[in-house]
Design a protein around this ligand. Structure first.
Ligand code: URP
Ligand code: ZN
Ligand code: ZN
Length: 468
């Protein structure tokens, strides 16, 4: 079955021009002006922009947390992603204490397999490092996993100490695996949180006050130092502030193999949102926390100069009325995480492209093409090019919409962007050549999303990256 998308404006990270796209089965057969394919179903894309499906490399679907789990599973999260123009995501398979990495991976496969309706892959989060686990790292690429993650925060739960971080990063380097790190100083945060709770400072605003930006900056510098000593590639997840960004910039200026992302919500919200009346502010509890308005401009400029190369979501929703409320009397019990998988592209497009901060090509680069390159999917995902999977979103850049929980598809009872007006959104979304979203109709089937066996990427010195 072939489909000819005719008359649109194709946008890639490198170019943007009027062109047709021929879909041949699951992949893109040709891209060019005036394509002709008599057998193909013709889709009129006049006035539409033809973008690669988005790739969100940082999500937590159905993530267990004590007695609860993040509220979107691999069906509802995928439906939400698809309506937002995202056709691929990478989720974190979290190792439990005492568990092997491959057992954790099996668990996450079981969570996803029968529900998935977009394509997905897994990073492996190490929470309990020992000799057997270190030995397992080299086996991950055989299972399609080319990235591990460790957290320098959440002491006593999933945090790893410096020794484990260093040892695992070294093994990852040897196996060609990229190490991702959540950089916050968990030891100091743990003291500050315990002291806050003991003093009765349990309101959501103390979440930000107990996790100051210096502690993100310090931990970012520490992770970078280890990566440089090892000459290992490092990916810093969810950078929020100037303190951290300065470390990333300096490392990249030295040519270190350091790549960093921010998550879209850090471009919009501040610590003031945590101080919303009553307990409402708990909707904005995520780690690292929201910062100050001045940090937004720092992040935007880093997205322009490629100090930040990826925008993801850290989508980890908790239902406010049934889950977030568990932390009403104790800030340390508020489940950390925000929704955003459906909104990422629209709000970034609105503030980034319509707001004049960068162009559509850079938008595609940050949200699809670079994520594919960094995470072992280049040539398959993240581009409109012959041979790539036909994951395509047709955007109407003139249509306006007001974001609301009432029209969102995530299994969560609020939307952080409630009431925000956006101009431009994906009207039709294809996954591997099949129409997945058509206006407000969802056409995907549970179980039709495919696991992505990702390649290891021998990353280059940051001086050799494509300059922007
Ligand atoms: O608050 C957050 N970000 N929750 C999800 C886990 C993590 O730290 O990425
Ligand atoms: Zn994190
Ligand atoms: Zn996360």
């Amino acid at each position: 079955m072939s489909v000819l998308i005719k008359g649109g404006t194709v946008v890639t990270a490198e170019w943007m021009d009027a062109a047709d796209v021929l879909i041949d089965g699951e992949t893109i057969g040709a891209v060019g002006a005036g394509l002709d394919a008599p057998e193909a179903e013709v889709v009129d894309a006049t006035g539409r922009f033809v973008l690669p499906g988005g790739i969100d490399v940082h999500t937590h679907l159905a993530m267990p947390l004590g007695d609860i789990a993040s509220s979107d599973d691999f069906y509802t999260g995928h439906v939400a992603a698809a309506f937002g123009g995202t056709t691929t995501h990478l989720d974190f398979a979290n190792q439990s204490k005492g568990e092997s990495l491959l057992a954790a991976l099996d668990e996450w496969h079981a969570r996803a397999r029968d529900k998935a309706c977009i394509d997905y892959g897994f990073h492996l989060t190490l929470t309990d490092v020992n000799k057997a686990v270190l030995d397992e790292i080299a086996r991950l690429p055989q299972h399609g996993v080319s990235t591990i993650k460790m957290l320098m925060a959440y002491k006593g739960r999933i945090m790893v100490g410096d020794e484990d971080l260093f040892l695992a990063m070294r093994r990852a380097r040897d196996a060609g695996i990229l190490t991702m790190v959540h950089c916050e100083n968990g030891d100091v945060i743990d003291i500050l949180v315990r002291e806050a709770v003991a003093s009765g400072h349990v309101a959501p605003k103390y979440h930000a006050l107990t996790r100051p930006p210096q502690l993100e900056g310090e931990a970012t510098g520490r992770a970078i130092a280890m990566a440089e000593v090892l000459d290992a590639p490092l990916y810093v997840v969810h950078v929020t502030c100037e303190d951290a960004l300065t470390r990333v910039r300096e490392a990249r200026a030295r040519g270190s193999r350091v790549t960093a992302e921010t998550c879209v919500q850090y471009l919009f919200f501040t610590a003031d949102n945590l101080d919303t009346k009553g307990f409402e502010g708990a909707k904005w509890v995520c780690s690292p926390p929201f910062r100050q308005g001045k940090d937004h401009e720092v992040l935007w400029s880093a997205l322009r100069d490629n100090s930040l190369s990826v925008v993801s979501t850290d989508h980890c929703p908790f239902d406010f009325e049934t889950q977030t409320v568990l932390g009403r009397d104790d800030l340390s019990r508020i489940p950390n995480g925000c929704p955003g998988i459906e909104d990422r592209l629209q709000v970034l497009h609105e503030a980034g492209v319509n707001g004049g901060r960068f162009n559509l090509q850079r938008f595609v680069d940050l949200t699809a093409t670079t994520p594919a390159r960094v995470f072992g999917l280049e040539g398959r995902k993240g581009a409109i090019a012959p041979g790539c999977d036909a994951d395509i979103a047709l955007w109407n850049m003139e249509a306006e919409r007001t974001i609301s929980v009432k029209t969102s598809h995530s299994a969560v009872d609020y939307n952080l962007y409630e009431g925000m007006k956006v101009r431009g959104f994906p009207e039709r979304v294809y996954l591997r050549g099949k129409l997945l979203v058509d206006g407000d109709r969802f056409l995907g089937e549970p179980g039709s999303g495919r696991y992505l066996h990702r390649r290891v990427v021998r990353s280059r010195n940051s001086h050799h990256e494509r300059g922007r």
